[in-house]
Design a protein around this ligand. Structure first.
Ligand SMILES: *[C@@H]1O[C@H](CO)[C@@H](O)[C@H](O)[C@H]1NC(C)=O
Length: 486
């Protein structure tokens, strides 16, 4: 803590005040850190012109009674008679009205009560006292104690606040109910080391729980929280997963997994069967068992034994080898769910296909052409920017991939803007020019007389879908294959 910190601590001491209605003004309490300097203010206030100060003395109340530690005289040099604080005391100024005392670097045994006394004429002696608190910041640490699982309360974490002055206060925040027990030990200089042990019933469930040791001390702006993650040691608990109830003869690469927890984490896995050894086609890879080809030897109960330093546990999985693959999925929930999902998806796909086909047939019927089977009728484009640009045809072919939903008009407009060859496609189908690519008729041309209303007739789907009725929008749904003819 630097000078600002010390200043802040000084402020803690409160205001200058005159004790007992006297005119001597001191700070009731001064708090400072060991190693830093303390300022003990002492001012004689409201002194009249006639008042004479003959001497100022700082007195410390000690075990052996009063002890003078600093004396200020009008003509003689300041004197510091006390042995203990000898070289570490000085007056801030030389004025007999202001006997503010500096003490430092502070030691813990400087803590005490200091009285500042003025010897005056004609009023006599006047004094006031200051309590000096010297703080030492504790060194805090917390650690867990690994314990074996059990049913008796056991210390699982220790928290230490070392070298604090005064003694630090330790508490615990824990999701697991427990009790704390603290002890304190004072060093020769007065610093105190506090140790707190937190005890719980060390169940398996407590393993990995996080708790916190909270140290409070006057030198800390806020309590310091130290996290501890508990470690409760327990032997493995094992189970086997991965059996899908569909092991059939000649099946390739069937697998089982040994799921084992424990503290420490189980690292040794031994696989066997109820009949003894593993079948030759089975290969153990740590917690995994791979059966390369299922045969009758796999028609048995597989056993996994997981071990850690504290012990081991076995899990069993009976396997029924089938002559044929199971197709109904009856034995496996996964199969049932998979079947249902597949059925739904298939139904949706078919239904979508039917709807699309029906709509397109309707459209073609409405237009009276078989655009999907034959080249659609073609009508010469308008005079401006015609033909000449087959290159953009491929773009057109991509369009069918877009959703059938109505397009915002401006997007359709954008298409128009980029595809200069529009005129080739926006002609109405006519009987006389069957070789064209005109099937793409749709979009574009509001500029060509009445196309918009024509398109709406052509594409009932868009009406059904609640299209905004913009003639350009329907284009996307009907581009389909005719572009191939371009
Ligand atoms: C596997 O063993 C069971 C009896 O445990 C038997 O009913 C079944 O037929 C056997 N599977 C094959 C494919 O032999």
């Amino acid at each position: 803590m630097g000078a600002p910190g010390a200043a802040a601590l000084l402020l803690l001491g409160g205001l200058l005040c005159g004790a007992g209605g006297q005119r001597v003004q001191v700070q009731e309490e001064v708090v400072a850190l060991a190693g830093e300097d303390a300022v003990l203010p002492c001012v004689l206030g409201a002194a009249g012109p006639d008042l004479k100060v003959s001497q100022v003395t700082w007195v410390r109340a000690g075990r052996g009674g009063r002890q003078n530690v600093a004396v200020l005289h009008p003509r003689l040099a300041p004197s510091f008679p006390g042995a203990g604080a000898g070289g570490r005391l000085r007056f801030q100024g030389r004025s007999l009205q202001d006997a503010t005392l500096l003490l430092g670097p502070l030691r813990l045994d400087d803590q005490g009560v200091y009285t500042c006394e003025f010897a005056t004429y004609p009023d006599g002696n006047q004094g006031a006292s200051t309590r000096l608190l010297v703080l030492a910041k504790p060194e805090n640490r917390a650690e867990r104690r690994e314990v074996a699982a059990g049913s008796v309360p056991t210390p699982v974490a220790t928290c230490t606040a070392a070298g604090g002055h005064p003694a630090a206060n330790i508490s615990w925040e824990s999701p697991v109910p427990g009790t704390a027990e603290a002890s304190a030990e004072a060093a020769a200089d007065g610093a105190v080391t506090v140790t707190s042990r937190f005890s719980i019933v060390p169940t398996r469930a407590a393993d990995g729980q996080r708790l916190a040791c909270v140290v409070s001390h006057p030198s800390l702006p806020q309590p310091e929280s130290l996290p501890v993650t508990l470690s409760v040691l327990y032997p493995p608990v094992a189970s086997i997963s991965g059996y899908d109830h569909n092991w059939y003869l000649q099946r390739r690469e069937a697998a089982l997994h040994c799921d084992a927890v424990g503290n420490p984490a189980p690292t040794t896995f031994a696989w066997s069967t109820s009949s003894g050894l593993l079948p030759p086609s089975a290969e153990a890879r740590g917690s995994r068992l791979l059966v390369h080809t299922v045969d009758l030897l796999a028609n048995t109960t597989f056993i996994c034994r997981a071990s850690n330093a504290l012990g081991s546990a076995a899990a069993r999985q009976p396997v029924l080898v089938l002559a044929q693959p199971r197709t109904d999925g009856a034995g496996a929930t996964g199969g049932i769910i998979g079947g249902i999902v597949a059925g739904i998806v298939a139904t949706a796909v078919v239904a979508t296909g039917v709807v699309i086909c029906r709509q397109q047939r309707k459209n073609r019927t409405a237009r009276g052409d078989d655009s999907l089977d034959e080249p659609p009728p073609y009508k010469p484009p308008p005079p401006h920017e015609k033909l000449q640009e087959p290159p953009w045809a491929p773009e057109r072919q991509l369009l069918p991939l877009q959703p059938l939903g109505p397009e915002p008009p401006d997007e359709a407009g954008g298409t128009l803007a980029s595809g200069q060859a529009l005129p080739r496609y926006h002609e109405l189908p006519t009987a006389e020019e069957p070789d064209g690519d005109g099937d793409e008729d749709r979009d574009e041309d509001k500029d060509r007389d009445g196309d918009g209303s024509y398109m709406e007739q052509l594409n009932p789907l868009y009406e059904e879908l609640g299209s905004d009725g913009d003639a350009a929008a329907p284009a996307q749904g009907f581009v389909m294959s005719p572009a191939v003819y371009v």
